[in-house]
Design a protein around this ligand. Structure first.
Ligand code: BGC
Length: 741
């Protein structure tokens, strides 16, 4: 398992990784196309895979099915780069080596060493844009960088729902809503794969907390499962068609994700008809049975108890315990994806890596993903020039915070601080990416800006008192392998209280992996959620503070007012599950259950159902202008078609994101996001918007008929600025229907 002993080796070797030579730019593409009929690009990917398989020996086929984590390869073979995954290709037939890099937020540096990759803002920042176009652009950017760095498989595309606000990996994921997550992930996958790179959608499925991720069982009933986490994957896969899906560490209803036949074979391959290959998460294979359950490839084999998909698999196939047709199918799925995604054919030249241009792509996402949570008396935007500004806290003089773990990108100029106790030893520390908010504010302020590190609240408050404006940066680091609580760490709440008490013109800028509590909210003049904002994070914050960018982000997650509002006030396994990266425990860790009684009522739906008032609702976000929604109309029939008008009623150009929710169906009353539109409007301008509801969002999953059942009758929708402000309502009749799985 990833958490145990092997990471001791990793810690010892990380130091020398900087000296591993990078690959040549085209090392991930076939060195030469040999003469098989499979090189005919007019044939279908399936046919080409068949032809190629026929030319391969059984050993060559089997070699595709298990691969290493280069970090643990001793000695490191020539041409292999320190990254997450490596599989020998079949040079004799022109099959390239599979070179895998982590990828959720950029081309990660597995050795946690500085390099020239551009980091994207966190997944939640991306989802806060509600813009599939930006998701595509970010995907295309990291796909291009991957190719420039010699990778051909990106381990990108985390679609797990934010079921628990404390999940330490929420920053890699997108949202608490299946439609928003699925649409954004699908666009990002398409962007990555537009670059002749395979994208991997992960972690299938219900890896919704990090505590005990290798030992817990996530338990949920079939119908709510289909309507929540599975629906997010279903939409992402439909829209993005990833070449690969990664199965998760945890169990689902008692069965490991990577040996879960009902999910891998039943849902993914049969019900959804998906044709790609399932790869395991690193150290997530526990038996050879995984092959028959639907796992096609064992990744990071050094982290499993043994290499199940090497000799044991070949012997089982020889003995007839595993049909050769299944082994054939496993290899076929891999080759088919390589053909389908353009990995096997010459790709247009990617050219040299241009970090500045790539950072600009990241910066656009940061601009649009920052959410303005509070703006009392028009404190923001700040006027340029002649203001005494004090900037406080969170290393704003250095850069912006990023999330830790396998997705970590460490761009040149990053600064690291030691990780707190309990964090995985392999994480490489807390990384501040080099876009300093202080410098960006200084460049715009026109007067000297004072910086205070925030270590002494009284000193910070004294400085704030004499300033026109105080900008307090407050952050919460999160990482793979460790969950968080919802409070800002290190006395930052007290710091904000002290500064805001000294100067009500205090602006709080949050850099967090997910939702946090804000006990000081009433006292702060303005609050921005900047998430982990990536390559141009500091610049993006300054652009919003000074009004060069009118904030348009909308929360993709609910911010609870207290932890006891969550479906599980106590995080399951907290204090019991062994920490990642520590010494191996003396006895086997005790598996535990994570029950999901909330079913598909995740996030805002849980708050609506239980009548709880969050701190900030899903979909919420302010602007420097104002918008009006009018003319909500709905027509029915096969599904709902919704139209509405948005008008910019304020003084500035801005982007609005009107959201339409289902409020009432013949079978139920719970709320559900049906659609949204992002509308850029000049002052006084109006636009008409039309949305068509995906019928699965109106339907219930019917266990008996194994499909979606759409009840005939009246459906009521509402329109509003966010999930808790739905001012306009309209209804229409939809015809009953039974849809396939
Ligand atoms: C993570 C995956 C990652 C893999 C390879 C695992 O620990 O869960 O998301 O892709 O490592 O680094």
């Amino acid at each position: 398992m990833r958490s145990m002993a092997p990471y001791a080796i990793l810690a010892a070797t990380t130091a020398c990784l900087a000296f591993v030579a990078p690959l040549s730019a085209d090392a991930g593409t076939p060195s030469k196309l040999l003469h098989g009929a499979w090189t005919n690009t007019r044939l279908s990917p399936d046919r080409r895979a068949d032809l190629l398989l026929q030319a391969m020996t059984p050993d060559e086929q089997a070699s595709l099915l298990h691969g290493s984590m280069p970090l643990f390869m001793r000695p490191m073979p020539a041409g292999v780069v320190a990254s997450a995954g490596y599989f020998d290709g079949v040079p004799r037939l022109g099959v390239p080596a599979l070179r895998e890099s982590d990828a959720s937020l950029g081309v990660a540096n597995a050795g946690r060493v500085n390099d020239d990759a551009a980091p994207l803002p966190s997944g939640l920042a991306l989802a806060a844009t509600w813009s599939p176009a930006l998701a595509f652009d970010g995907g295309a950017m990291i796909g291009k960088e991957a190719r420039q760095k010699g990778f051909n498989i990106m381990l990108a595309g985390g679609v797990n729902l934010v079921r628990d606000a404390r999940n330490g990996r929420n920053f890699e994921y997108l949202s608490e809503d299946p439609l928003l997550s699925g649409v954004m992930a699908g666009a990002s996958i398409r962007g990555i794969q537009s670059q002749h790179i395979v994208s991997t959608t992960k972690h299938f499925v219900l890896n919704d907390q990090e505590t005990g991720r290798q030992i817990y069982s996530a338990n949920i009933a079939e119908a709510p499962f289909r309507e929540s986490d599975l629906l997010a994957f279903e939409i992402a896969i439909e829209k993005g068609d990833p070449g690969s899906v990664m199965c998760a560490y945890n169990r689902i209803n008692g069965v490991y994700a990577c040996e879960n036949a009902a999910l891998l074979t039943g849902v993914l391959k049969q019900d959804w008809g998906w044709r790609g290959w399932v790869m395991s998460d690193w150290g997530a294979v526990h038996s050879l049975g995984a092959a028959m359950a639907g796992l096609d490839q064992e990744s990071g084999q050094q982290l499993d108890e043994k290499v199940f998909f090497d000799a044991p698999l070949r012997q089982a196939a020889k003995a007839g315990d595993i049909p050769t047709s299944r082994v054939h199918d496993m290899a076929h799925r891999i080759l088919r994806s390589l053909f389908a995604k353009g990995v096997m054919d010459p790709a247009p030249a990617a050219g040299p890596l241009d970090t500045a241009a790539d950072s600009a792509v990241s910066g656009r996402t940061a601009d649009q993903g920052i959410v303005l949570l509070k703006n009392q008396a028009g404190l923001l935007p700040l006027a340029k020039g002649a203001r005494r500004i004090v900037v406080i806290g969170s290393h704003a003089d250095i850069g912006v915070l990023s999330g830790g773990g396998s997705s970590q990108v460490v761009p040149l100029g990053s600064v690291k601080f030691p990780a707190p106790k309990g964090a995985p030893s392999w994480g490489g520390g807390i990384v501040y990416q080099p876009s300093s908010p202080l410098k960006a504010i200084q460049a715009r302020a026109g007067v000297a800006v004072t910086f205070n590190d925030g270590a002494d609240p009284a000193a910070a408050a004294a400085l704030a008192k004499g300033a026109d404006v105080a900008v307090v940066f407050a952050s919460q680091w999160s990482t793979e392998g460790l969950d968080v609580d919802l409070s800002l760490p290190g006395g930052q709440d007290a710091l904000i209280e002290a500064v805001a008490a000294a100067n009500p013109r205090t602006i709080v800028v949050l850099e967090t992996g997910g939702p946090v509590l804000a006990p000081w909210l009433d006292k702060a003049g303005a609050v921005l959620e900047a998430w982990y904002p990536g390559a141009q994070g500091g610049e993006a914050v300054a652009r919003v503070l000074f009004g060069e960018v009118n904030p348009s982000g909308r929360l993709p997650v609910t911010f609870p007012a207290a932890e006891d509002q969550l479906p599980r006030p106590q995080l399951p396994g907290a204090g019991e599950a062994p920490p990642e990266g520590g010494a191996a425990p003396a006895s086997a860790p005790k598996p535990f259950d994570v029950d999901y009684p909330e079913g598909s009522d995740v996030g805002y739906r849980w708050f609506a159902k239980t009548g709880r008032t969050p701190l900030f609702p899903f979909g919420y976000g302010l602007s420097y202008t104002t918008f009006r929604h009018t003319g909500l109309r709905v027509s029915g029939g096969r599904t709902l078609t919704i139209s509405l008008k948005v008008t910019n009623t304020g003084p500035r150009a801005g982007i609005d994101t009107p959201q339409v929710y289902l409020d009432k169906a013949p079978t139920r009353t719970q709320q559900r996001l049906l659609g949204w539109s992002r509308v850029a409007l000049k002052p006084g301008e109006s636009r008409q918007v039309k949305l068509v509801a995906d019928r699965r969002l109106l339907a219930d999953w019917d266990v008996k008929s194994h499909g979606w059942r759409l009840a005939g009758g009246a459906y009521t929708v509402s329109l509003g600025a966010h999930s808790a402000a739905r001012d306009l309502h309209a209804s229409a009749e939809v015809a009953a229907a039974v849809l396939g799985p």
